[in-house]
Design a binder for this molecule. Structure first.
Ligand SMILES: Nc1ncnc2c1ncn2[C@@H]1O[C@H](COP(=O)(O)OP(=O)(O)OP(=O)(O)O)[C@@H](O)[C@H]1O
Length: 271
């Protein structure tokens, strides 16, 4: 189980007024600091899939980077299976499998060589790496291109190989930042099937997406983030009823309108 409570993260930014893409009413601008994430909370139990939703720039990637140990939070708690890891980024990396747009593979190595390399980095022995590659090859349909160099792969193949890299160490929690963005239908489906397989294996999965069909297909819970605050956290059905994905779209748009009306005073709504 992963519990995230009141995470916050700000970045020192010398000239906030000149930052592109920020609306004049964005309450996150401070004195030389942009408070990218102000207060985000959610949880996912074993076998639950949690969708992280929010408009561009809401703070989703920043939250996920804190979960992965890439960024340390200014405030808040990240607890995995009863232990608080947020001040131990090295240990956190062992607990979490994190995929983001910057999860890189060595282009001149084959997929299998990449997985062996990253498996060794995580301290897995030869047998463990072999078993894990076999398991992930099946889950992510990697067999046809395991022996191919990464530079020869399509975007969809690369993404599946990157996911395998991210979870080679069999983490407790899987965290995926927009895992299907830019993928064709078959590759996106392979990624969604993988998320489902993690759910079946009783592992919590947290993923961010702008695709509401994916949310309605896969998610048990959602966390909606606006201006760096979670404005809803709870079961999908509580947020949007059961008529997906139309009702979900309507609920999300209504939530965004409401948040834009008083962005300073956002407070969470638990479901
Ligand atoms: N290192 C940083 N320094 C300054 N500002 C940052 C930094 N990282 C993120 N931000 C800002 O924090 C805000 C939230 O960014 P983030 O990438 O977390 O949003 P997001 O919800 O993932 O957006 P998208 O859906 O477009 O991917 C943005 O305004 C972004 O420019």
């Amino acid at each position: 189980m992963i519990i995230v409570r009141e995470l916050a993260k700000g970045f020192a930014v010398p000239d906030l007024k000149r930052r592109p893409g920020l609306s004049g009413q964005d309450p996150r601008m401070g004195n030389g600091v942009f408070h990218s994430v102000r207060s985000v909370s959610f949880q996912a139990r074993p076998g639950e899939v949690l969708g992280l939703l929010g408009p561009n720039g809401a703070g989703k990637t920043t939250v996920l980077r804190m979960l992965s140990g890439v960024l340390s939070p200014d405030q808040g708690i990240i607890e995995i299976n009863g232990r608080n890891w947020d001040r131990q980024p090295e240990k956190m990396r062992q607990q979490i499998g994190f995929l983001s747009a910057s999860t890189a593979l060595y282009e001149r190595l084959t997929v299998e060589e990449n997985l062996e390399f990253f498996g060794q980095l995580y301290g897995l022995n030869r047998d463990m790496i072999r078993d894990r590659i076999a398991e992930l090859s099946q889950q992510l349909e990697l067999e046809p291109f395991l022996q191919r160099k990464v530079l020869e792969l399509s975007l969809g193949m690369k993404q599946r190989a990157s996911i395998a890299r991210a979870v080679i160490h069999k983490p407790e929690v899987v965290v995926l930042d927009e895992p299907t963005t830019g993928l064709d239908i078959m590759s996106a489906q392979a990624v969604l099937d993988f998320i489902h397989s993690q759910k079946m294996a009783n592992r919590p999965v947290i993923f961010s997406t702008h695709r509401l069909e994916e949310v309605s297909l896969l998610c048990d819970r959602i966390a909606v983030i606006m201006y760096g605050c979670s404005v809803f956290e709870g079961e999908l059905a509580t947020f949007a009823g059961t008529r997906y994905p139309d009702a979900l779209r309507q609920a999300f748009v209504a939530c965004q309108h409401e948040a834009s009306r008083h962005p300073q005073g956002l407070s969470g709504m638990a479901g």
